[in-house]
Design a binder for this molecule. Structure first.
Ligand code: DHB
Length: 304
């Protein structure tokens, strides 16, 4: 039996629902030495900002139980170097390219996205409104009206689909998703990392120079699944599910909860070829269940 792993989000067709999560494989060049990026549904880049950033001082990653903390501080090459140095490599890759964009003001987002609009190879932008590690980085992700305004502004300068990445560090994620929908977002991705910390008991200092960081990895998966399902039940936008995905079984859970596609992040640091194993495992699951297309799983969780 042949199974169809293709998924469509806002008119963009992905070869399979497995994407990389922003920040976990830079701009894809190192990952391409492990496996051909054509095996991915999409490559999602590290957040790009207007200016280059060195990010926070190390240590900026720390391990926690079944999880990881990071406070990178949006280190990236900036839009100019991204266009001149990274796009030529991405141009050659046979996968969809989603560029993640971060900023501090609406102008930051619109100026970067306007530049990306001129590069047809960029299939979508994903707006990082929710970096937990920069001051005042949370306004757009925790206020539905701000989210709506920011998405609408980007919509005016970027003509292809826009994904709003949502923070779990809010009172009600559905309100924020609805703000993104009102602003004209084509999809939402969730969840970004949860704010957490870890303390060195000898020095009494936090293990990260930023004091707190974003928590990711298998420990966050149940939280992410519940949030994906909640947004799926109350908002019409397609969902890209993110949070602790490590295996094909994890992906099936996200799809059943309402995600159309998923992103693999922290697992890449443990096993960089995880997306390939996961895509194969997903095809095997569909064959075993005699389901011809992966899209048939979306939102099919049976509630008690
Ligand atoms: C960073 C940004 C994020 O969106 C995140 O979830 C974790 C870390 C950062 O660059 O610090």
């Amino acid at each position: 039996m042949t199974v169809d792993l293709r998924v469509n989000i806002a008119g963009v067709e992905f070869a399979n629902p497995i994407m990389t999560a922003s920040g976990c494989c830079g701009y894809g060049d190192e990952l391409a030495t492990i496996f051909p990026l054509s095996k991915l549904g999409a490559l999602v880049t590290k957040s790009i900002t207007q200016n280059p950033r060195l990010g926070h001082k190390p240590p900026r990653v720390a391990e926690a139980t079944m999880s990881m903390l990071n406070a990178i501080g949006l280190a990236n090459v900036g839009i100019d170097a991204f266009v001149t140095d990274k796009i030529p490599f991405l141009n050659k890759q046979k996968t969809k390219i989603i560029v993640n964009v971060a900023g501090w003001s609406i102008e930051d987002y619109t100026s970067v996205c306007a530049r990306l609009n001129d590069i047809p190879r960029v299939d979508m932008v994903e707006l990082n409104f929710s970096c937990p590690n920069v001051e005042s980085g949370l306004e757009f992700s925790s206020d539905a009206t701000q989210m709506e305004r920011a998405v609408r502004a980007v919509k005016n300068v970027f003509s292809r689909p826009i994904v709003a990445k949502l923070s779990p560090n809010v009172t009600n994620i559905v309100d924020i998703a609805k703000g993104a929908e009102q602003g004209g977002a084509d999809a939402v991705s969730l969840i970004n990392s949860l704010i957490g910390t870890a303390i060195d008991i000898e020095t009494w200092r936090p293990r990260l120079t930023n004091n707190t960081g974003g928590l990711t990895g298998p420990a966050v998966k149940p939280i992410a699944l519940a949030m994906v399902n909640k947004v799926h039940n109350q908002c019409r936008l397609p969902i890209i599910g993110i949070g602790g995905i490590r295996t094909a079984d994890d992906v099936v859970e996200f799809l059943l909860c309402g995600a159309t596609a998923v992103q693999v992040g922290t697992a890449l640091f443990v096993e960089p070829s995880a997306p390939v194993t996961i895509a194969k495992g997903l095809a095997d699951y569909l064959k075993r269940k005699k389901i011809s297309s992966v899209s048939q799983l979306v939102g099919k969780v049976v509630r008690h």
